[in-house]
Design a protein around this ligand. Sequence first.
Ligand code: AMP
Ligand code: GLY
Length: 424
Amino acid sequence: MKVLIVGSGGREHAIAASVAKSSHVDKIYCAPGNAGIGRIAECVPIGAMEFEQLTAFAKEKEIDFTIIGMDDPLAGGIVDEFEAAGLKVFGPRKNAAILEGSKAFSKDLMKKYGIPTAAYETFDDPKKALAYLETAGMPIVLKADGLALGKGVLICNTLEEAKAGVKEIMEDKKFGSAGNHMVVEEFMTGREVSVLSFVDGKTIRILSSAQDHKRAKDGDQGLNTGGMGTFSPSPFYTEEVDAFCKEHIYQKTVDAMAAEGREYKGVIFFGLMLTKDGPKVLEYNARFGDPEAQVVLPRMKNDIIDVMEACVDGTLSEIPLEFEDNAAVCVVLASDGYPVAYEKGFEITGEENFEGKDGYYCFHAGTKPGENGRVVTSGGRVLGITAKGRDLKEARANAYAATEWVSFANKYMRHDIGKAIDEA
Ligand code: AMP
Ligand code: GLY
């Protein structure tokens, strides 16, 4: 069959690598893709938000199955467009992708259905938000309602910071129209865990857990980024935590969406915080995590197309997921200066060192083909170096060793990805 993947990051490279292993697939396209994806798929220069061109392309090439990797097209209704064109597509429809697309929606859903999450209030008037903050305890968390590239969250330690945050989000519109509404949330403490799942409208199947490192600098310092590295599984995601989440969070979320007339098919990513009062939902995403996918998918034994088709067909209950009994660590190689300002266009060398090395992956994020078959940097997060190991410590040592195999000017990485492993 012919598969089209929509997106261009490390997550989509990891998806493409899994799809390439499927026994059902003989041709992969990716729109728009990147230099690494271009080695296993044919990249087509259509943007992820160009729905008309994408559906026309899928029809022309007789694509059998399309996988949407990114959040923006999902929230924008790409799945509805593909379905209307009679095309088979993996991902939630617009009315379900709102689970990620609106924080106010997801908070109200959790409150209505008793799913554990931080206490909160929502505002569409900055004056009311400011008045509320005068009475609230600090620290406090401000969240722009809509999609903001994962950056619309401000953690404020003082009332002054919180007031400045309301101005940034609601008045200066730093995150654009995402700031028309705002959620003000109780500050929670605890370890974070990312849990990805496949959902077919009724049944939910949980993937092996992971942990991200969102801050730019070692020791969780610096600005929030899309994610600087991950490990899987999380040793903090114990059987007890799993049992709690199965009872109080996962199935309840799927059933809540169905009860609201928003049947959910695709991936739900549960951003959890393990607080002293038990696991709570920090956020939902409507797609795989990036770089969580880069450590979770390489450990999945199932044929990914079997699982994704079952989500679309509503037959996921027939498919148990299986994971390798090992661990994986991904270290992101970024352009120095990310997430603020950085240079692009530098040649990447040394990738041949990955050839024939089982359990090592050089996933591309911000890369593009340069001249004469070269590959050059084209984004903040450039590569995701993933390695497996028998356990987390071995995987981490392998991943850091492999970060030395590739070079490019201004290469930057965190040196403490997976440090928490030592505390487990
Ligand atoms: P989100 O985009 O909602 O995942 O938020 C980004 C990051 O902000 C999370 O990964 C947490 O580290 C932090 N965060 C979000 N909400 C809270 C909260 N209620 N309490 C503490 N930290 C939070
Ligand atoms: N790594 C976090 C995310 O994909 O949202």
